[in-house]
Design a protein around this ligand. Structure first.
Ligand code: ADP
Ligand code: MG
Length: 593
């Protein structure tokens, strides 16, 4: 092999490794967790700069021709680890600003803006990282042991890069294949439903923001060690777009798709277009490259939206291999002190919820006691769904108090209330569409060992003991509701009624103490309505406290006592159906209509 070819080949391989790591990081954030990080390149840049200044000697050693901070001259692999740490650390303040308050589309824009501002600042503040000129003479890793200009060194670097890729891919695989990965995908599919099942969305996003930042930082460190120079002009936001294009082409949600995308777009596409002869005015070919990348994104989104290697559908083995059962799983209902049946588990005191000027809920007080199904009826727009959302924490209350097991939870977010055993379903189908039916149920399992980043990274051997009983319990529920055959189907492909059932089963998987159901039987096949009713009666007799919005009065007659009637945001009557039927204004307002 001529040395020219060898240098070219090793260079392409190292770039491929860097792009693979970056794409895997972006896949964890965007493909799996649904975080649109348009500032991704900033984290790669941070890792590169950190690795550079950690490995470079103090400023003065080079005659002071460039200005920068640190200059610690640390030996390999410390600069790489430092680069990874820098990417992760940078994610903390940015995540705290962006991920807590903003809705996800604004998050994306904020991240884009932050990356542009950061670039402008780095370019213009010279003492920090030498400004627009950037850094050069970054020492090659292990350069004091191996002659960095030799062919052997080139291949050594390829080997180190491959090692980095291997570690990143292994970690990413563990995350994606774990219950934690399942939770991330549920969040991606439908945030309010994930929160209603006890998932702390801000925390999940933060963790993935940092994890992605760490990998991005490492990839930057690998790159800067290889090329030895780095300048802010190469860290512009369009590079992020190239990585998104790679994911869309390769297949988001699938680590191998991310890997393939990295090889196809940033590496393959750019290498191929490099050989196009120079025609037209200077800058024409690079501009056309951008056009082509845009077309590639549009083309894939149009014709193959899930990419070349789509996210895999997860089918569970039957029966699952044995493991030691974990007791936290089976006792999930013991979270609140055992309550006697007369004391309300859930109470609202003067709860109000306004939308702009509209008083959707206007001073509602009610109690939900264990061992009973409390009905909530009223005409369309009465505020029933809004009340349920406020009780569950999906929407904050404008005024009033909410007590759960005697404790004031008015200020607690939805996921905390869910962890205390308050679970709601939604009036509109809110299945996790790209998760299978079984996975939809498994998402709800509380305190699963594999449902954290640390647990996921420890691998299947660590968390399988919690997975097995969860799968068995989910299958028992599926059998009870006659949905075993749909176990491995994507929930998004089910009928409206089946989606409803999935939601109810999912709520039950959590082991709730209080269940808030918003029209659970709407759109469900009559034969299954009976099954749901029987199930609710059983849960009621077991001591569950249930609040149910229902339209079908015969069902309310059969199941609910007491019944609360709402109209225009207020409670206009309460009591048993027999009593309510005797009240003229209630009959006029609702029962007659
Ligand atoms: P119900 O479930 O009893 O049919 P809702 O609670 O859905 O009633 O709605 C009560 C009122 O609040 C309606 O007038 C509805 O238009 C309004 N509303 C509900 N959600 C919102 C929202 N997110 N923004 C503005 N208005 C809303
Ligand atoms: Mg409603």
């Amino acid at each position: 092999m001529s040395s020219g070819v060898m240098y070219y080949l090793t260079t392409v391989l190292v770039y491929a490794g860097v792009d693979i790591m970056a794409c895997i990081a972006l896949n964890l954030q965007f493909g799996v967790a649904g975080l649109v990080n348009f500032g991704f390149i900033l984290f790669q840049a941070a890792g590169a700069y950190a690795a550079a200044v950690l490995s470079m000697p103090p400023e003065a050693a080079n005659g002071g021709f460039q200005q920068y901070v640190l200059g610690l001259r640390l030996p390999f692999p410390l600069p790489w680890l430092g680069g990874a740490a820098a990417g992760g650390l940078l994610a903390v303040p940015i995540g705290l600003v962006v991920l807590r308050r903003l809705r996800s589309d604004y998050q994306a824009i904020a991240l884009l803006v932050i990356s542009v501002i950061a670039n402008t600042m780095i370019t213009n503040v010279r003492p920090f990282l030498n400004g627009a000129a950037g850094l050069s003479l970054v020492p090659p890793p292990l350069g004091d042991l191996v002659n960095a200009n030799s062919a052997g060194y080139q291949w050594l670097y390829v080997g180190l890069t491959a090692l980095g890729c291997g570690v990143v891919l292994a970690a990413a695989t563990r995350i994606v294949e774990s219950p934690f990965g399942r939770t991330l995908r549920a969040m991606r599919e439908r945030e309010p439903a994930a929160a209603a099942l006890g998932k702390n969305l801000v925390m999940l996003k933060m963790v993935m923001f940092i994890a992605g930042g760490v990998i991005a930082g490492l990839s930057g460190a690998v790159l800067v060690g290889f090329i030895g120079v780095w300048a802010p002009a190469t860290w512009l936001y369009p590079e992020t777009i190239v990585l998104f294009a790679a994911l869309i082409v390769g297949g988001r949600g699938n680590n191998l798709g991310a890997l393939l995308g990295a090889l196809l777009v940033p590496v393959g596409f750019e290498e191929v277009t490099r050989f196009i002869p120079q025609v037209g005015p200077p800058g024409l070919i690079p501009a056309l490259q951008w056009v082509a990348i845009g077309l590639l994104i549009i083309g894939f989104l149009w014709f193959r939206p899930r990419g070349t290697l789509p996210e895999r559908r997860r089918v569970f083995a039957d029966p699952p291999p044995a493991g030691t059962p974990n007791q936290s799983e089976s006792n999930s209902r013991q979270m609140l002190p055992p309550s006697d049946r007369s004391r309300p588990l859930l109470a609202a005191e003067g709860v109000k919820r306004r939308f702009e000027g509209l008083r959707a809920v206007d001073g509602v007080s009610l109690e939900v006691v264990p061992g009973r199904i409390t009905g909530l009826i009223g005409p369309n727009g009465a505020g029933k769904s809004t009340l349920l959302a406020v009780l569950a924490g999906t929407l904050p209350a404008s005024a009033g108090r909410i007590l759960l097991g005697g404790a004031d939870v008015t200020r607690l977010p939805a996921y905390r209330r869910a962890q205390w055993g308050l679970v709601r379903t939604f009036q509109l189908s809110s299945e996790f569409a790209q998760l299978t039916v079984l996975e939809n149920l498994l998402v709800a399992v509380p305190r699963h060992r594999g449902d954290s980043l640390a647990g996921a990274l420890r691998g299947k051997a660590y968390w399988w003991a919690d997975e097995r009983p969860a799968v068995l319990r989910a299958r028992a529920l599926l059998a009870r509701f006659g949905m075993s055959a749909q176990e491995s189907e994507y929930a998004g492909t089910l009928s409206g009624g089946q989606k409803r059932l999935v939601e109810i089963m999912r709520a039950l998987m959590l082991g709730p103490r209080v269940l808030l159901l918003d029209e659970p039987m709407a759109g469900v096949h009559p034969s299954l309505v009976e099954e749901i009713a029987a199930c609710l009666e059983r849960l009621r007799d077991e001591g569950l406290a249930i609040l149910m919005v229902e339209h079908e009065l015969s069902m309310v007659d059969r199941l609910c006592d007491p019944v609360i009637v709402m109209a225009q945001g207020q409670v206009i009557g309460r009591g048993s159906m027999t009593v309510l039927r005797r009240q003229r204004e209630i009959v006029d307002a609702y029962l007659a209509g």
